[in-house]
Design a protein around this ligand. Structure first.
Ligand code: PLP
Length: 377
């Protein structure tokens, strides 16, 4: 038994996206093109971390990144052998997983440094870590303007081994923001400071998807795409990389109903039929990650046509206006993806409801079964 609302994940498209990103980096990356850190945090942006990570490994990825230790351990349990970088702060985490799962921690706060150092001493091990430097986002990371005060202790530790240094851009997808260039310059200075303090990282990385598309000068030794892997270009940027969407969200019509003029559908009665109207009932709602704001703003595809979402998105279902279409229970409904010559992509849906594409895919609910198509190798 499988619920009618499912997310189809095209692992062939995922591997193809990975390879096209690598190709892009090789074309424009000079003599030493950067490598990739494949970002699979948040259940691989809702696509299913285990399957996605294994497919990326298969495509050649040798370094994956996740948000926390628990995500890293889930990848190990799925059989992932590649190196796994944990992005998140570790100052209040149970660190046993770092050792049990052979994960690579980020040290981004003095608290994390102390915690990892103490755990490494307990395990009688030396831990290779990535140092995160804050160049202006003011989230995690050591402030870039006082490294001389904060770094010596880390660099002197015989339990901690600096493997890489990284930073993160706050406005890589905001073309006219001056902060990107400021961060880029601070990053260059911070790398020089790390060197002057005796730090000799194997590599440096800074670019998320948007920064990768925007400026080859911040590619450094590795880039960290998430969104691009899943076939989504961060708006408002454009890309020449031939990416394919990886996720399709589909359902089936479970009911069709005629409404008379003046009648309403859905909670709050916000949609009133002005003329005889036919609605299709689709068993996908906000508990499945279908955003409430789609009512009155978005559409789904039924019979190759756009059917506006009307009334309200409920917890477990939504209603679509199919007036004039020959719709019957059992008909396929595409919520994200293509049907006939129509396509609703994640960027369009995100724009319709005033959010970002990352949120749309990450929110695809836990009860939605992911069906994996392996694609050609
Ligand atoms: C999520 C994340 C990325 C990937 O970002 P995209 O915009 O999806 O490419 C890269 N680096 C860090 C530190 C992240 O947290």
């Amino acid at each position: 038994m499988i619920r009618p609302t499912t997310a189809r994940i095209d692992l062939g498209a995922l591997r193809s996206n990975y390879r096209h990103i690598v190709e892009f980096l090789h074309k424009d990356g000079g003599d030493t093109p950067p490598g990739v850190i494949a970002v699979v945090k948040a259940n691989a942006y809702g696509h299913g971390a285990s399957q996605v990570a294994l497919a990326l490994e298969d495509a050649g990825a040798d370094l994956l990144a996740c948000a926390d230790i628990e995500e890293g351990l889930a990848l190990r349990a799925a059989g992932v052998k590649a190196e796994i970088l944990v992005f998140g702060a570790l100052s209040v985490s149970d660190l046993d997983g770092v050792f049990d799962g052979a994960l690579t921690p980020t040290i981004s706060t003095p608290g994390a440094a102390r915690a990892v150092q103490a755990a490494a001493t307990r395990y009688k091990q030396r831990v290779r870590y990535h140092l995160k430097i804050d160049t202006g986002m003011n989230r995690l990371g050591f402030r870039c303007d006082n490294l001389a005060r904060t770094l010596p202790e880390l660099l002197a530790s015989d339990r901690l081994e600096l493997d890489a240094v990284y930073t993160h851009f706050a406005t890589a997808d905001v073309p006219d923001s001056p902060l990107f260039e400021q961060q880029r310059q601070r990053w260059t200075r911070a790398l020089a400071d790390v060197h002057a303090l005796g730090g000799r990282p194997r590599y440096r990385h800074a670019a998320n998807s948007a920064a990768t598309l925007r400026d080859a000068r911040v590619w450094c030794d590795r880039v960290r795409p998430g969104l691009l892997l899943y076939g989504i270009v961060p708006p408002p940027l454009a890309s020449t990389v031939p990416l394919q969407p990886v996720m399709t969200l589909v359902s089936r019509v479970v009911g069709v109903k005629g409404m008379r003029p003046g009648e309403i559908t859905g909670y709050g009665g916000r949609f009133v039929a002005e003329a005889p109207t036919t609605i299709a009932i689709v068993p996908a709602g906000y508990a499945d990650g279908v955003d409430c704001r789609l009512a009155g703003r978005g559409s789904v595809l039924i019979r190759g046509r756009r059917a506006p979402v009307v009334g309200s998105v409920c917890m477990d279902m939504l209603m679509a206006d199919v007036t004039g279409l020959d719709v019957a229970p059992g008909d396929e409904v595409v919520i994200i993806g293509a049907q006939g010559d129509q396509r609703i992509d994640v960027r369009e849906m995100a724009a319709a409801i005033g959010t970002i594409p990352w949120e749309v895919v990450c929110r695809v609910g836990a009860r939605i079964v992911r069906e994996y198509a392996r694609g050609d190798r």
